[in-house]
Structures are given as C-alpha cells and as structure tokens.
Design a protein around this ligand. Structure first.
Ligand SMILES: [Zn+2]
Length: 279
C-alpha cells in the first residue's frame, strides 16, 4: 500500500510536469473505483481547467485547478498516477485518463480499484474542509511532543495504534510507525499515558527523519508501486524491523519478533524496546 513517502514522491514528481497544463479531455473506464466516478463534476469543473499545482494532504494527492476546484486522488492499495505520451498504448487497469495540452496523458491505474478520485468545486470547499477530520501532518509545527502529550492524557491504548490513528497524526502508516518506535526504543504496546514528554519528542523527531529519508530515496517498493516517472524506490533495503521477524536486530542482534496490535502486523526487538514496568 502506498504510504506518505510514496504519495509525496508522486506529488513532487508530477508537480513540474503537469503544473500550468490544461486538461483538454477526460476518459474513464466503465469500472467502478472505491467511490462512484464524479462524472457531472468532472465535466463541469475539471475538463477545460488548468492545473495550478499539485500537493499532498495525508495520503491524498490534491490537484489545484483554476476556478478553485480541487481534484483529489487516493491511491488505495494499488493505485498509480503517472504521466504517459497520449499515443502510448493503454494498459488494462488504466481507469482514468486526462489528456493535457502538451500531448501527455495523466493516467490513474489501479488493479484492485480501492483507489478513488473526488472533485470539490470552490463552492463546496467554502462550505467545509473535506479533510476536517484529519490530524496534523508529521512535518507540521502542530505535530509536537506537547500536542501528543495532550492527546494521550488519560488514554491507555498502545502507542503503535495511537500513532496510526489519522485523527492524531496523518501518514504514519504501518511501516513507518514500526520503524519510528524501533528507532525511539519504545515498545509498540506501551500505553500512551505512560510516555514522557522526552519520549514523545524523540518519536516526533525520529518519525520525521525516517519519513524524510524515505521520501529522499524515492518511496518504498514493498507493495506494487511506481513513482511518477515509473522508477521503483529503494527504501525497503533500509527497514530495521518491518517484515524482519526472526532476523537479528540491527542494533543488538536479538531476534526481531512479530505480533499483532489493532489488527496490524507489528515488529519489534524485545531487547531494545522494553515495556515500562507496571504502575
Ligand atoms: Zn535490539
């Protein structure tokens, strides 16, 4: 599943290639994505519009269009957004195509069709933020030790589930939550109300370092993913604990364990990441 770094890489890759280009025509397959295709809004607000910019919010790819419309993609499990010469052959799972005024086509490809595309015209955006329920971005100033301390007060859920809650912070998916907690030497089952401010500071700092590194390296290729230029990323070589159960801890050589927390595979080193003693 594409996570925050992969989505960021797609946005950064596409931005210079499609900004200031006009969308001349839209084509779509008759296959349904996770949400119904917003046909009327597409023709009213997207066709004929210029793309002003590309940016990311959580794991959404936002295309800002003239007239203040926002077109929002989510890659789901297997979605890919890439740019191709308009004349190049269509692939089987190309569900959406946007013909641009430079002879290129922006194509949304999705084998499993858990991805989505939505259109928010300016009027709708004025009535309410479509992302109102989402927590802060990991790179924002709002994501701080004080903020996490306040959100964790009185709660006893495991820190791993807390960090993967999109209303707490967005984009720290399963891979990066596992890697951050290992880097911070925090046991993933630690109840959040037991963490001290300095531990939260470490989690904030290390999550940013790990995400930044993944973005720099072009995103992970653990799942079926290509970045906008079609080259695979290489971050999977750098993972310390994720998917490494039974292998030696890179720090102490103890065997990495796998458990399940909140229904998600969790990997940790029992020696480096100890649970705090019971109160
Ligand atoms: Zn270890």
């Amino acid at each position: 599943m594409p996570e925050l770094p992969e989505v960021e890489v797609v946005c950064q890759g596409l931005a210079p290639l499609i900004s200031n280009r006009k969308i001349l025509a839209i084509s779509y397959s008759n296959k349904r994505l996770r949400k119904p295709f917003p046909r009327a809004k597409m023709y009213a607000h997207v066709e004929g519009a210029f793309i002003l910019g590309v940016r990311r919010r959580a794991k959404y790819i936002l295309l800002e269009l003239t007239s203040g419309t926002l077109m929002v993609f989510h890659l789901g499990m297997t979605g890919k957004l890439g740019l191709f010469p308009a004349a190049s052959p269509r692939r089987k799972h190309d569900h959406l195509r946007f013909l641009l005024d430079n002879g290129r086509e922006l194509r949304f490809h999705d084998v499993r069709r858990f991805g989505s595309v939505e259109v928010f015209p300016a009027g709708e955006l004025r009535r309410g933020d479509p992302f109102a329920g989402l927590g802060p971005e990991p790179f924002s100033a709002e994501f701080s030790a004080d903020y996490l301390l306040a959100r964790a007060r009185g709660r006893t859920l495991p820190v791993k589930s807390f960090l993967m809650d999109n209303s707490v912070v967005v984009g720290l998916g399963n891979i990066y939550a596992n890697e951050t907690l290992f880097a911070a030497s925090t046991h993933p089952e630690t109840p959040v109300n037991r963490l001290l401010k300095m531990e939260w500071q470490l989690i904030v700092k290390l999550s940013r370092i790990i995400l930044e590194k993944a973005i720099t390296m072009g995103g992970s290729t653990i799942s079926d993913y290509e970045n906008a230029s079609g080259r695979p990323g290489y971050f999977q070589l750098e993972l310390a604990v994720y998917g490494r159960q039974g292998k030696p801890c890179p720090r102490c050589q103890e065997t990495i364990r796998r458990t399940v927390i909140g229904g998600r595979a969790t990997f940790f080193c029992p020696d480096c990441q100890k649970l705090p003693s019971p109160q």
